[in-house]
Ligand binder design. Structure first.
Ligand SMILES: Nc1ncnc2c1ncn2[C@@H]1O[C@H](COP(=O)(O)OP(=O)(O)OP(=O)(O)O)[C@@H](O)[C@H]1O
Ligand SMILES: [Mg+2]
Length: 244
């Protein structure tokens, strides 16, 4: 049997007395698009932090291609092909859109800088792929709408040459039109074979983009399966209602 591309196995993360992630096991297979949903505070963003190595789990392990990467630092995980976006976009405010994307492409070590320069024009290709024109490429993040900021966040992530994308609340703060545009981009990445985990509260927008859904509540998985099946699950309905 082949290993999942990326996996959390029995991971627990506490913040003081609060158990943010509670013996959580989640995996995504190569080429799969997984939806990770659950009410506010369920632990979705914390799970991403642990997958990226930004946060150290109290117990449990992280595997990439079957290899234990629990102690591998974030920049090495990025070099191996794991990349994430943030719920609140984090561009470099003093740099243009194009330069923000170029930063994502910078090799992570001097050795790679000498041997693996990014191909000429690759930065502009990403600019085009996410639907930016020359005008936006020359703009600064402060001049962008929320929809454009989320596209920049995706572009910066794509610039690292990822094999798996972890997308946190990609649709938050966007108009219907912007959601449709971004969904099209994500569909295109999926057609190209990209593996991804998408976190979103906008279940209607998420549904056509994912093969499978995992529902978290209080740090643990409470349901998993196809979208309709999962949303019909009383435990899931209760978890979402409890939030209202
Ligand atoms: N750095 C931190 N210090 C203390 N508590 C934290 C920290 N990060 C997260 N938490 C707490 O851990 C729990 C899980 O938070 P997390 O942000 O992972 O949830 P989430 O599912 O992403 O929620 P949302 O849907 O609102 O983004 C919450 O109770 C949150 O308040
Ligand atoms: Mg979150």
């Amino acid at each position: 049997m082949t290993s999942p591309l990326l996996e959390l196995r029995e991971v627990t993360k506490r913040f003081g007395g609060l158990v943010a992630v509670d013996r959580l096991s989640v995996h995504v297979d190569e080429g799969e698009s997984l939806g990770l949903i659950g009410p506010n505070g369920a632990g979705k963003t914390t799970a991403f932090g642990i997958l990226m190595g930004e946060q150290r789990p109290d117990s449990g392990r992280v595997f990439f291609r079957g290899e234990d990467v629990t102690r591998v630092p974030t920049h090495r995980r990025v070099a191996r092909g794991i990349a994430r976006t943030y719920q609140i976009p984090r561009p470099f405010g003093e740099m243009t859109v194009l330069d923000n994307i170029r930063v994502g492409m910078m090799p992570d070590s001097v050795r790679r800088l000498l041997t693996e320069r990014p191909p000429e024009g690759a930065d502009r290709e990403i600019v085009r792929n996410v639907g930016f024109g020359e005008r936006e490429a020359a703009m600064y993040p402060g001049q962008l709408s929320m929809g454009e900021l989320r596209k920049l966040e995706l572009a910066r992530t794509l610039a690292t040459g990822p094999e798996v994308l972890l997308l946190d609340e990609v649709f938050a703060g966007l108009t219907r039109g912007e959601i449709a545009q971004l969904s099209e981009l994500l569909c295109e990445e999926r057609r190209r074979g990209m593996t991804s985990i998408l976190v979103s509260h906008d279940l209607r927008s998420l549904s056509p983009l994912v093969d499978r859904v995992v529902v978290m509540s209080f740090g643990a998985v409470i349901a998993e399966g196809g979208f309709d099946e999962v949303l019909g699950n009383p435990l899931v309905q209760e978890a979402y209602l409890g939030q209202a």
